[in-house]
Design a protein around this ligand. Structure first.
Ligand SMILES: [Zn+2]
Length: 361
């Protein structure tokens, strides 16, 4: 894990990311995996590893999914060095989700060393752009998922009990653009159409669509507008974060957004965007979770489940109807923060759980 963390791999720095991808390929190759580096022009390369059953024709495929990119630019290690203290390993990308990749590597070793009777192709897919929306990997992830009977996502678990994620919200982003008309705020205020006043009124309206009981949220995350003092603002723009548990709520929210009408006379509204990650619904994870729970019990520990407001690439695979179990990665805390860490002693147990799932699914 130390080696992997020292290879910083931000989603937006291709050279650094490729270096990390090459290292991972080497680790899987060393252990007998058949590795393919899937080259990308703009983003880091993706890594696909196949491990076919020893002496028989594979009867299907299982997909182990994760990303090796992080949200930290290169050089972060200087302020946030990799270190282990008090049983926790700290560093950029430890929890989200390089420790998960390390666990998968050890699960892979376990399958080989114990010569477990695996009958399916096991495909490990490590992508480079999950943290920025998975644009260069989504179709690849979906293709692999369609060939698979189960998908195991090595994203971080939830809380100190390492809860697996059996549902995730659908996530989207929309841009609200207002065009008004500039005018001198003192000499001709009546000739202006204030885009900032319009966007403020629209945001106040949109805020009322939040429904925390149903898990529908809409939040203005960024607002920009105006040019200078003394001038009635001609333009304003807001970036909205959209989330919902249910596809029906997603569609309702999008419908409402796209039918917004101006409040101030003469103001023009333009809305673009919408949901881009469908929800991971529990009906697509329940059976795998039940299996994980029973396997953990046989090995002498317990696993629980949780719902997560954030999306992952597991949302894409579950939306295709492929059974998907997420949050199988590390136990820890502080994703995307300076305190990001994992609990070291939980790692072998998590690796064992993944190996058991792969050997029995
Ligand atoms: Zn992640």
């Amino acid at each position: 894990m130390r080696e992997l963390i020292l290879l910083e791999s931000p989603s937006t720095e291709k050279a650094a990311a490729d270096h990390c991808c090459g290292f991972l390929a080497g680790q899987w190759m060393l252990r007998g995996g058949i590795t393919h580096i899937l080259k990308r022009e703009q983003r880091g390369n993706h890594l696909r590893v196949v491990w076919p059953p020893a002496d028989l024709e594979p009867t299907g495929q299982l997909l182990v999914l994760g990303h090796y990119d992080t949200v930290y630019p290169t050089g972060t290690l200087e302020k946030m060095p990799f270190h282990v203290s008090g049983g926790k390993a700290y560093g950029p990308g430890t929890f989200d989700m390089k420790a998960g990749i390390v666990q998968a590597l050890f699960a892979f070793e376990v399958l080989q060393e114990l010569k477990l009777p695996v009958t399916k192709n096991i495909v490990f897919l490590w992508t480079s752009d999950e943290e920025i929306g998975s644009e260069s990997s989504r179709s690849l992830i979906e293709e692999e998922a369609k060939r698979s009977s189960a998908v195991f996502v090595l994203e971080p678990s939830l809380g100190l009990r390492g809860l697996l994620k059996t549902s995730r919200k659908g996530v989207g982003q929309a841009e609200l653009v207002i065009d008004g008309r500039a005018s001198h705020a003192g000499l001709a205020p009546e000739e202006g159409i204030n885009a900032i006043h319009e966007i403020a009124a629209q945001i106040a309206r949109i805020e009322r669509w939040n429904n925390h009981r149903r898990g529908v949220t809409i939040n203005a995350d960024i607002v920009e507008g105006g040019s200078r003092a003394n001038v009635i603002a001609e333009h304003a723009k807001a970036i909205l974060d959209l989330r919902a548990w249910r596809p029906a709520d997603m569609h309702t929210l999008e419908g409402k957004l796209h039918s917004l009408k101006p409040i101030h006379r003469g103001a023009k509204i333009k809305i673009t965007g919408g949901f881009d990650r469908p929800p991971l619904e529990r009906k697509h994870s329940a059976a795998l979770f039940a299996r994980a729970k029973s396997l953990a019990k046989q090995m002498g520990f317990a696993v629980g489940e949780a719902a997560a407001g954030g999306g992952s690439d597991g949302n894409f695979t579950a939306a295709l109807g492929i059974p998907t179990l997420d949050g199988l990665g590390a136990v820890g805390d502080g994703a995307h923060s300076t305190q990001e860490h994992v609990v070291v002693k939980a790692m072998p147990q998590r690796a064992a759980l993944l190996a058991a799932l792969l050997a029995t699914c």
